[in-house]
Design a protein around this ligand. Structure first.
Ligand code: HEC
Length: 256
């Protein structure tokens, strides 16, 4: 490279650094977003393999309604009525059976809390109940298609610019540089492939974490090297020059 980060005009350094700072803040907020959406998928705070499995593969052991009826909502209906609801859920929650028998039970046992005035789901509405009777199969194909194309375009842009800036670094050998700029793109493809694979099988959940971690590592490496060469390196060189200068002066004086 003819131009080096440390020798770039001040204005270009300011432009590059502003971009890097904004992207770093964006990255942090993206992490928070992940923590708040996927992080809570298993009901506990913090990101875990279970969160990723729940988010992409779903919790296929049953529906939310079954989960709640066998858990916290258990005391609210006597066993026979509970089994009736559970049976109905397993039969696919058909509307005719709902009208014949299930609606009565729900109205008697559940609607005193689950009504339109409450902040919890309103079970006077058939849709609200039906929705929770479906097995959770995780991310939908539509949502995966949407997030995939947004990520491919968006992240490619981000890493294109970071890569261009990093290419002006002088202290990194050409092979390492090539590896560092290619990494995010490779991990990006790994990351996205892993979402789709996890949707098919929970065994791939660890790949989601590996893809994300790899991308973050490449980001941090390029970010730190670029910022260092733009702002810290020139100062160090300057200090070295001053030191050399004063040493030379000392020698000259000595010889006078
Ligand atoms: C005493 C009030 C009360 C009664 C009665 C009650 N629930 Fe709930 N239910 C709640 C509260 C509060 C929540 C939200 C807290 C939670 O998720 O643990 C909830 C959450 C749920 C959820 C999860 C909704 C979601 O998607 O987050 C389901 C499903 C549910 N109840 C089913 C039932 C059924 C079926 C009945 C009747 C057999 C019932 N509940 C009776 C208070 C009640």
């Amino acid at each position: 490279m003819k131009y080096k980060l440390k020798d770039l005009p001040f204005s270009v350094k300011v432009l590059f650094s502003s971009y890097l700072l904004i992207i770093a803040i964006g990255y942090l907020v993206a992490m928070l977003q992940i923590l708040f959406t996927h992080g809570l998928a298993d009901g506990r705070f913090g990101l875990s393999i279970e969160d990723i499995v729940y988010s992409y593969y779903g919790n296929r052991s049953g529906s939310k309604l079954e989960l709640m009826l066998n858990g916290p909502m258990k005391p609210f209906a006597p066993p026979e009525e509970r089994f009736q609801i559970l049976q109905w859920v397993r039969d696919g929650a058909p509307e005719d059976i709902y009208n014949n028998s299930i609606r009565k039970i729900i109205d008697n046992r559940c609607v005193k809390c689950h009504n339109s005035e409450a902040s919890i789901p309103d079970f006077t509405r058939f849709d609200a109940l039906k929705e929770r009777a479906a097995t959770d199969t995780g991310a939908t194909i539509q949502s995966l298609v949407r997030v995939t194309h947004i990520h491919l375009f968006g992240i490619a842009f981000i890493f294109m610019f970071i890569g261009i800036i990093f290419c002006f670094a002088a202290g990194v050998s050409e092979p390492i540089k090539a590896l560092a700029v290619a990494m995010p793109f490779i991990f990006q493809v790994t990351d996205i492939a892993s979402w789709w694979l996890t949707k098919l099988s929970p065994h791939f959940a660890w790949l989601v974490i590996a893809g994300g971690a790899g991308m973050a590592m490449a980001f941090v490496f390029m970010w730190i090297v670029s910022m260092y060469e733009m702002w810290v390196l020139p100062l160090q060189i300057k200090r070295q020059e001053i030191r050399t200068e004063s040493y030379l002066n000392y020698l000259r004086r000595g010889h006078d």
